[in-house]
Every structure is written in C-alpha cells, then in structure tokens.
Design a protein around this ligand. Structure first.
Ligand code: DOR
Ligand code: ZN
Length: 436
C-alpha cells in the first residue's frame, strides 16, 4: 500500500469537507497518478481497477497545512530532523508544512534553503516549504537576498523566534517581499519590554516569583506592523497571536482594509498561564500562555474570522533543554501530533464549524503562502487527510514520531484523529489500530 504513486486509489464513501469548493457531502474520490481525478457521490462507480479504501463514517479533507513549524535541521538534529519532523507531520494529518529559519546555520541563504528541500525530498513524506530569514543571521540588521531565496524555493520570510526590531528594516522587508509576492511572517515582540521575562506578566507571575512578559510587548509590535502594512499597502502575516489586545488590533485593521492576516496556535486557545503553577517547563513558550480573557478573545478571533489560520508553532526541544530551572528552560511546545485533536475541540464547543476549521488548517494557509494544496479540486495534487472525528485517544508523548516530547498535553484525552494521510497520491500515514 505504500509505494503506489502511479496506482489508482479509490476512496469510497467518506464525508468530503472541502471549503475551497463549498463541499460537504458523502462522496468518492478517485486518485490517478498523484492527482485528484474525480470527486463526487458516484465517482467510484465509473472506475474499475485500483486500490479501494472504504471511508464510510470518516471525514476527508484537503491535506492539512501547518504554516508554522520548526524542523531544527540543519544544526539542532538532536531536537528534530527533517525526517522525524516529516514523520510527525504526516501522523498529525499534515501534507505540507512551512519550516522556520531559526536553524544553525540560519536559513538566510539559498544553500540552506536547498539543503532543507533536499532533505525533505529524501524523507518524501510531506511537502516542506522553507521560510527564509528576513535578515542575515536573524540579527535584524540587513535584509537577506529575497529573490535568490525565492528562486531556491523559499515561500515566505520570517525571523520567527526573534522580532525584526528595527522598523525601517521591517518596512523595507515588507516592500521588497510584496514586490516578489512573498509574505513576511512577523514574530511580534518588543524585546525591551519582554526583557528577561519568562511567562505572562500577571498576578500568577508575581505569585510564582517569575519575571513577566507584558501583553503590550506583543501588541506594540502588532500595532507597528499593522501601521507599516497600511502605510506601504503590503501584506503582513502575524504569527502566534496570544493576547486579547492583538486580536482587537487585527480586527480593527482588517475593517480598515489593511492586508493583515493572522494565526494562532492550539495552546493559545486551550491553556492559560495557570498550568505554570507547578513550574511545568513543557508549558513554557514564547509568546507565553496568557490569561482566561486572552484565551476567550483568541477563540472569538477565530470565530469571527479575525484569526485566519491555526498553525502549531511545533517547537521540539530535547529533555536537556527543558529539564532545568524554569528561567533557563527553552521556549516551545511540540504540536504536529496534537494540533488537529486540540483544534477539533473548537468544533465540539461550537466555536467553529468543521468546514471553518479545515479552512484555517488547509485552504487559507495555502493561499497566504501561495503554495499548492488546500483543495480537492480535480486536477490538483492528491493531498488529503482522513479524520475519524469520533476516535478518542490519549496523548502519549513517548509514542510521538517527533523527537520532541515537550508537550503540556501529556495524558489529555482528545477526540478526533487522523487515520490516513495521502500526499501526492501516496499513503504517507495510516493509523495502525485501524489498518492492521
Ligand atoms: O516558543 C517558541 N519556540 N517561540 C519561538 O518564537 C521560537 C520557538 C523555537 O524555535 O523554539
Ligand atoms: Zn515559531
């Protein structure tokens, strides 16, 4: 069942949820030669020969796309490699990911971009779209060669992990990127305000005796980037939105027609800073987990369309990076294998419809990054995800495909899981408990 790129796959009877075509109905999908050949209630009836997979009772969506992950290679292979990250991605239902530039060396030149693509092709499990750095060495000073990086395969630009502190540099980045139809993804943080903070500044941080990062450290940069995007009439994408104030700023900017898009990560709509009460470094992340009002505002932002995308900000770290005093622990939460399960809680709670969730986890990221995918239209690459929305499972980091085990969700019971992932017409993942 594995190496079957040229073979016909016939997926029978699943509920096809494809917001790109306004589709939500029981239908068959025929895959030929790595592409979608037909979608429709009777599509399989007209086709003979091929591998038939019965999907009754399951959901089929365009392959999920995670536009914000850290794959750590080159340089931090002890945390994750492109191969282990790819394995985690397809197990989580993803057929494409965008990989951030904070590797070592930084992805600030074409040879690193091409190295990432070569490694991803060798793994062959997920489309990896490199995000190149905005500035050389992510130092915030001089712009990288956007055009050359684009020719090398970079799809977007970001110094994620660090802000582009200098507003003039950010302005030039936005202008230059827009001329090349590339999106700048902004890590919004005023580093002077966040200072040596390690969690959200609040009564809880006072209680725990930990230095705080105020919400304003994020919001000031969100406001700045909105102003720059408005002034230059260029697009900007705000990464990992975590505060009520950021949601409000983005909402108002969108009303005024500013070309701003935004993402949040599952931990920001699922957890508050309360989980830090036992100093769990697995919940230490940047931006930090915030308060209940922020969580509610992020959910409302997702509901009303202010927040366009759910991305995991998959940030694997080794045990040695995390099992240290809270102040010294690395920031980051692994997300590829829990993102869908946590996001489906929004559907159960009535915050999003399933179709809206699929839009935020597949259709819209493809549009923002200008990459293939996000649709099951005939003729498009056969990237799709099959989900059992009734399957209840327990998060067990010891069985993650990711090399990172750093999750605050260990032991959580989630409902809804990927059971089959198809990328380019090839099965890249199938749930072992379902298919032998
Ligand atoms: O928590 C985080 N981890 N936030 C970032 O901005 C960077 C990321 C990482 O690379 O570990
Ligand atoms: Zn990140």
């Amino acid at each position: 069942m594995r190496k079957n790129a040229a073979q016909r796959l016939i997926l029978r009877g699943g509920r096809v949820v494809d917001p790109s075509q306004n589709l939500d109905e029981a239908a068959d999908i025929v895959i030929d030669d790595g592409h979608i050949a037909a979608v429709g209630p009777e599509a399989a009836a007209k086709t003979s020969k091929g591998i038939v997979i019965d999907l009754h009772g399951l959901i089929v969506t365009p392959g999920l796309i995670d536009m914000h992950v850290h794959l750590r290679e080159p340089g931090f292979e002890y945390k994750e490699t492109i191969r282990t990250g790819s394995e985690a991605a397809c197990a989580g239902g993803f057929t494409a990911v965008a990989s951030m530039a904070n590797t070592d060396p930084v992805n600030d030149n074409r040879s690193v971009t091409e190295f990432i693509l070569r490694k991803a092709a060798e793994a062959g499990l997920v489309r990896v779209h490199p995000v190149a750095a905005v500035t050389a060495g992510m130092k915030g000073e001089s712009l990288t060669e956007f055009w050359d990086l684009k020719r090398g395969g970079a799809v977007a630009l970001s110094d994620d992990g660090r802000p582009v502190k200098n507003s003039a540099v950010m302005r030039r980045a936005l202008e230059y990127a827009a001329s090349l139809k590339m999106t700048v993804i902004s890590h919004c943080e005023d580093p002077d305000l966040s200072g040596d903070g390690v969690m959200n500044e609040s009564f809880v941080s006072t209680d725990l005796g930990l230095p705080g990062i105020p919400a304003a450290a994020e919001e000031i940069m969100v406001a700045r980037d909105i102003l720059l995007a408005r002034y230059t009439d260029t697009p900007v994408h705000i990464a990992h939105v975590s505060t009520a104030g950021s949601v409000e700023l983005i909402r108002e900017a969108k009303k005024k027609g500013v070309k701003v898009t935004a993402e949040t990560a599952p931990h920001y709509f699922t957890l508050t800073q309360e989980v830090l009460k036992d100093y769990d470094t697995n919940a230490k992340v940047n931006p930090p987990l915030r308060g209940p009002k922020d969580v509610e505002a992020v959910k409302e932002g997702l509901r009303d369309g202010t927040i366009d995308v759910i991305a995991s900000d998959h940030a694997p770290h080794a045990v040695t990076d995390k099992e240290v005093e809270f102040e010294y622990a690395a920031n980051g939460i692994v997300g590829l294998e829990t993102s869908l399960g946590l996001s489906l809680r929004l559907v159960a709670e009535g915050v999003l419809t399933l179709s809206q969730l699929v839009a935020k986890m597949s259709v819209v990221p493809a549009v923002i990054l200008g990459i293939p995918g996000g649709t099951l239209r005939p003729g498009s690459p056969a990237d799709l995800t099959v989900i059992d929305t009734n399957l209840t499972w327990r998060v067990d980091p010891t069985v993650f495909r990711s090399r990172g085990r750093n999750t605050p969700f260990a032991g959580w019971e989630l409902t809804g899981k990927t059971v089959l992932t198809v990328m380019g017409g090839r099965i890249t993942y199938r749930d072992p408990s379902r298919w032998e």
